[in-house]
Design a protein around this ligand. Structure first.
Ligand SMILES: NC(=O)c1ccc[n+]([C@@H]2O[C@H](COP(=O)([O-])OP(=O)(O)OC[C@H]3O[C@@H](n4cnc5c(N)ncnc54)[C@H](OP(=O)(O)O)[C@@H]3O)[C@@H](O)[C@H]2O)c1
Length: 322
């Protein structure tokens, strides 16, 4: 099987290489998926770039992908062979991810794709949509007004889309007009340019009587701007905060009786992941979903895809494998 591997962490061009590995065989409870697409997420380049004491001898990168089951291990219903699936968490705690022609993983991590959903879209689902689903499960369950900074990013876009389907009123933010044109296709009620002088006034205007929830890509940088606009008991969910954070306005948040959740999707308990997968399946069942712009790369160009994602590629990077 052709696969992208690395044996030490470092820069993409230096450590990633294409090599032939023995065909993997599914163990008990596992399926083997012949992949058509492998999705590249920020976590993939971060993990590859960062020295990790838990690193084994070899790693095939990438968590997400799509394809068809071609073999099942003991204990898995043989009728799953031939099923079109999207896969998630393929390289969480495992050496062999989706940047390969074949991947083996627990049967539950290969989820049936509806007939109307393309394999391309299937490879965009895993991390972004499970993160969005879990974040939305953490904010108010009753429809409310939600702020989603970064609506043209992978998680932000998925969050806007899912939040609208759940009946929330959604305000999202972007840095440029080009990103506004992209974010609007997810169906938000308002798209605001957050790097403008008018932003604070516009945000206060659309906040009306306040936000019930915020699902934030950069809480450290953003929390001061929306803290005064939260309703009592509002939920903030922080799934990223990469740069040195600004101080959290603790007193202001205390007087809003605010709740703050932090999480990483790879470390959620099994029941939370199951719930998130159910939410994604429910969303897919509603019909065709718009997607972020797709950029396809060949397997041998995976290093280029990593570098582009690291540089802030707008849209989704997918490795086309067939
Ligand atoms: N906790 C978890 O489980 C989890 C899961 C998935 C991803 N993540 C992390 O979440 C981050 C985003 O992932 P992604 O796949 O969505 O990446 P992405 O597709 O590159 O999107 C990131 C978006 O964030 C926006 N952004 C950056 N700073 C912002 C700010 N201060 N305010 C508003 N928007 C801002 C950028 O748009 P603008 O140009 O408009 O600013 C960009 O569109 C990454 O750091 C990733 O590692 C965490």
């Amino acid at each position: 099987v052709q696969a992208i591997t690395y044996r030490t962490c470092g820069s993409a061009l230096k450590v990633l290489s294409l090599e032939a590995l023995p065909d993997p065989l599914p163990e008990a409870g596992e399926v083997r998926v012949r992949l058509h697409y492998s999705g590249v997420n920020p976590t993939d380049w971060k993990r590859r770039a960062t020295e990790d004491p838990r690193f084994g001898e070899i790693q095939v990168p990438h968590q997400d992908g799509s394809g068809a089951i071609d073999l099942v291990g003991p204990g898995v219903d043989p009728s799953r062979v031939g099923e079109r699936v999207w896969v998630y968490h393929a390289s969480t705690g495992r050496a062999y991810g989706t940047a390969a022609e074949l991947v083996c993983l627990p049967s539950s991590q290969a989820v049936r794709l509806p007939d109307h959903t393309s394999l391309q879209q299937g490879a965009t689902l895993g991390i972004p949509y499970l993160t969005a689903a879990h974040a939305l499960a953490a904010v108010h369950s009753a429809p409310g007004r939600i702020l989603v900074p970064g609506g043209a990013g992978a998680v932000g876009y998925a969050t806007v889309q899912m939040a609208r389907r759940l009946g929330h009123e959604v305000v999202t933010t972007v840095s440029t007009d080009a990103k506004a044109d992209i974010a609007v296709t997810a169906g938000p009620d308002h798209v605001l340019r957050y790097m403008t002088d008018e932003y604070p006034a516009r945000l206060a205007e659309v906040a009306g009587d306040g936000f019930d929830g915020v699902i934030d890509v950069d809480m450290g940088a953003n929390v001061s701007s929306y803290a005064p606009l939260l309703k009592p008991g509002a939920h903030i969910v922080c799934y990223a905060s990469d740069d040195a954070p600004d101080p959290i306005p603790s007193r202001l948040l205390m007087f809003r009786n605010a709740h703050i959740d932090f999480f990483v999707v790879y470390q959620l308990p099994e029941d939370a992941i199951r719930h998130a997968v159910d939410m994604v399946e429910h969303l897919l069942a509603t019909g065709d979903l718009p997607m972020l712009p797709i950029h396809e790369y060949r397997l041998e160009d995976t290093a280029k895809a990593h570098d582009h994602v690291q540089a802030g590629l707008v849209g989704r990077a997918l490795i086309r494998i067939d």
